[in-house]
Design a protein around this ligand. Structure first.
Ligand code: SAM
Ligand code: SF4
Length: 335
């Protein structure tokens, strides 16, 4: 077992995109009301008095779209400067990034993942829920701004959906050739839009790797600190490329036994496993009821002890929940 030292923090469940794979297509989502969001000071209290003392030192800010959270730059600054923070990163759709990259960097954010599922603006609009606006260009400008400001590593997340963007694997992989960009191909999971998942299914990372290998060749799997941010990705490189290629294969491989993370939702629920909804704790309500952080620390410590059992682990059915009927969508969990 890896030590559990990594917390993914959802700052907000709202999003300015509606990606096909992340949210159900037509259903109205119920958003968390402002007063039900964990406030910045509640979040900082939990980090300082509960999570950091329990050994969490790496934090990723996510959402919904984290850049929609009012005061996000100040929050980044506060978390980056906590004495126990060793690593702070963010996952964003990049739409607001061009205007914010400099401020986020100044505030202490150094690592960023930007979702970019297509290099073709028409396909991109189709994936993010076409609202008739030229959003691809704005995301691309966000990526360039983050690169210029100095974010390192800069990772691009690609969820591969059969028949939608799988014809672009080589073009997306080519982004790593002459820039220190790290492309991460993610297997499509049945959380968010179960119907689309049933219709399209997913492509195993091994097939994508073979396609890339046939075209350029591929190094052996890289190990160690080639790209900061030890996560579930298997990392490779096109020979001579500046960046790397990562494959996150949660559907075809089981990495539950090396899971090092928990997730905190924007309304303060702590979730020990992405694929298993049992064991969640409502930290915000407890805080607001005046339960001491010492007591909360004991509850989270207990959850840490239970986590190896809660971790999904067995993939006998091939996928964790074939119906895709999780209570929260991926946008509500934070990926
Ligand atoms: N809005 C931000 C973004 O899109 O980068 C952060 C939140 S998003 C939920 C976090 C990550 O989850 C993104 O990289 C997204 O591509 C991924 N994701 C969402 N739904 C997914 C699904 N059904 N299968 C696999 N990855 C998914
Ligand atoms: Fe929004 Fe990110 Fe989900 Fe797309 S993947 S709908 S950008 S939260």
């Amino acid at each position: 077992m890896n030590p559990v030292d990594y917390l993914r923090i959802s700052l907000i469940d709202r999003c300015n995109f509606r990606c096909q794979y992340c949210m159900p297509e037509d259903a109205e989502l119920e958003y968390i009301l402002q007063q039900q969001l964990l406030s910045s000071s509640e979040l900082l209290t939990l980090l300082e008095e509960v999570f950091i003392p329990l050994g969490f030192h790496r934090f990723r800010l996510t959402g919904g779209e984290p850049l929609l959270r009012p005061g996000v730059v100040d929050l980044v600054r506060s978390i980056a400067h906590l004495p126990g923070t060793e690593d702070l990163s963010m996952t964003t759709n990049g739409f607001l990034l061009a205007g914010m990259a400099g401020d986020l960097y100044q505030a202490g954010l150094r690592r960023i993942n930007i979702s970019l599922d297509s290099l073709d603006s028409v396909t991109f609009e189709q994936i993010i829920g076409n609202r008739g606006k030229a959003r691809w260009q704005q995301v691309w400008e966000g990526i360039l701004a983050a690169y210029q400001v100095g974010f390192n590593p800069l990772k691009l997340n690609v969820v591969v959906i059969p028949g939608i963007n799988d014809h672009e694997i080589l073009k997306l992989a080519a982004l790593t050739l002459d820039r220190r960009w790290h492309v991460r191909f993610i297997e499509f999971m049945p959380i968010g839009n179960g119907e689309l998942f049933q219709e399209r299914a997913w492509i195993p990372s091994a097939e994508l790797r073979q396609q890339i290998k046939n075209h350029w060749g591929l190094t052996d799997q890289l190990t160690g600190g080639e790209v900061r941010g030890a996560g579930p990705a298997d990392v490779f490189q096109i020979p001579g490329a500046l960046g790397t290629l990562g494959f996150i294969s949660q559907m075809s491989e089981c990495f539950c036994d090396r899971c090092n993370r928990m997730r905190l939702s924007a309304d303060g629920w702590l979730r020990p496993c992405l694929l298993n909804e049992t064991g969640e704790i409502d930290l915000k309500t407890s805080l607001r009821q005046g339960i001491s952080t010492t007591k909360l620390r004991q509850q989270v410590a207990q959850l840490l002890r239970l986590k190896p059992e809660i971790n999904y682990k067995e993939r006998t059915s091939g996928i964790a929940n074939p119906s895709g009927s999780y209570h929260r969508t991926m946008s509500q969990i934070g990926g």
